[in-house]
Structures are given as C-alpha cells and as structure tokens.
Write a protein that binds this ligand. Structure first.
Ligand code: ADE
Length: 259
C-alpha cells in the first residue's frame, strides 16, 4: 500500500513536524507521501493574495473565501481521486474506527480552515466528509489534520514494521490497553508484576486482559457500555469488575501514593 496525503492550508509550514518520528520514517521510506499545499497560491487576487473576507450577515472574524479553496482542490485533485475531508468541529468525531477506514483510502485530501471557518459553498463543492478531533475549537484545522495523519498512518501497511499488529493497542477491541513495562525489574521500589517476568504466556494473557477490563471499567464506562450493547454475549455483559479474580494492587494507586 502507498498512500498519498495532501493537506490544503494557509499555513503549510505547520506540517514540517511530520518529518519526525514514525510518520517521518514512513515518509522517508516511501510508504506515505505527504504534501502541504498553500491555498494562498490559488487566490485570484494576485495583488494582495487575499483568501478571506468579512462574513455576510455580520459577525466577528473572517471567513475563508470559496474561490481559492475551490481552485486549490481542483488543482490538487482534478479527477476526484482523493477522499476529500474537511477538518471542522462540526464534523463526525475521529475514532479508532474512523482512522482505520481512512487508512483504506490511497488518496486523502485534508482541507484546513482558519479564522471563523470557510464559506459553506466550499464544503458543498469540495468536501466528502467532515471530521472533528473532539469537542473543542482549535484556531485552525492544521493540528486536527496532523492528528488525523498520525492516527491514519499507523494503519498503513509497513508503517509500524512488518510484524506489528493492532490487536492489543487501546480501542482495538473497544478496550483500553494494559500497562507496559520494560527493564529494570525494579525502580524506586516499584516492581514489575511477577507474572510478566515469569514467561507463562497463558497467565500473562489473562493478567493483561484483566488489566484492560479494570482500567476500561474505571476510566471509560462508556466503552464498556458500548461493548456490552454491541455484544450478543450476555454471559460477560456488564460484569467486567465482578469477573476479576486477582489484580495487582499497584494499578489502583499512583506511584506517589505508594511512596
Ligand atoms: N478546526 C477547529 N476545531 C477543530 C476540531 N475540534 N476538529 C477538527 N477541526 C477543527
């Protein structure tokens, strides 16, 4: 799989940080091609390069004009080969499921708004899907687009290495992930749970599943509810806490409390 991502923005330099870490490595090894396209280059106003204007009907702030956006989208994607996504707090909320879905597209266009938003006709003419990264308002869609890019890139084949599976990570099974440890076995008096040092894979799996259930029940009752509702298995539904027979005491407390 080879994925092309185009971010349409008035602030292309913001996307430079994608050259770091896992996404940066994926770009360097040719698995993903990410480009930030400057909407300003497509404005018809070749004198002042204006891309925004005051809102019809009044109100605070500026609205991004439809013409530069439309022409930019047409230049980048003349044959509508890209899934065209507009980053907006009014969109559907990004989830693990959304990220997996988007990663199945070979061509992804992410339109970033700024100021008070973009002219509604740009959404009508140029957008397939509106996505929000959460219930808060950012000053622009760029950070949201980068969140989408990072979360989607992880599902592109080869990005995390050939042997990595997504089965264990948080949200994979509608659950939060179990805690991880690495060497040393003891630090500041805090020991790695014995079961993880023992090499009994059945026991380790059981321990991790119980940790997942516990932390999900404690922090995200909504996930348990959704899972219970989705599951035909009435036997385990809504009884996660009750099923836990043994659990390391340290997980319930922060290291500070133990100290
Ligand atoms: N633009 C401004 N706020 C946003 C949000 N929460 N998600 C996506 N794009 C945005």
């Amino acid at each position: 799989q080879f994925m092309k991502i185009r971010a349409l923005t008035l602030f292309p330099k913001m996307f430079d940080c994608l050259n770091e870490s896992i996404v940066g490595r994926a770009v360097k090894s040719g698995l993903i091609d990410i480009r930030a396209v400057d909407i300003r280059e497509y404005t018809a106003d070749k004198k002042h390069f204006k891309c925004d204007d005051t809102p019809y009907g009044g109100g605070a702030g500026m609205v991004m004009s439809v013409q530069p956006i439309y022409d930019c989208v047409q230049a980048v994607d003349p044959d509508h080969e890209y899934l065209r996504v507009y980053m907006s707090p009014k969109g559907e909320t990004l989830t693990d499921k959304t990220a997996r879905e988007l990663s199945a597209h070979d061509n992804l266009l992410l339109l970033c708004g700024h100021y008070e938003g973009i002219d509604e006709r740009a959404i009508e003419l140029c957008v397939d899907r509106e996505i929000s990264i959460g219930d808060y308002v950012l000053s622009g869609g760029e950070l949201a687009a980068m969140v989408v890019i990072d979360s989607v890139a992880r599902f592109v084949d080869g990005v995390l290495g050939s042997r990595v599976s997504h089965e264990d990570e948080s949200f994979a099974d509608g659950m939060l992930e179990y805690p991880q440890y690495t060497r040393p076995p003891e630090f500041m008096g805090l020991r790695v749970p014995d079961v993880l040092l023992g090499g009994n894979h059945a026991e380790i799996e059981k321990y991790r599943r119980e940790c997942s259930e516990r932390i999900t029940a404690e922090r995200r009752a909504d996930l348990i509810k959704a899972k219970t509702a989705a599951s035909a298995d009435v036997k385990t539904g809504g009884r996660y806490m009750g099923e836990i027979t043994w659990f390391p005491g340290h997980m319930a407390r922060s290291p500070r409390e133990i100290e």
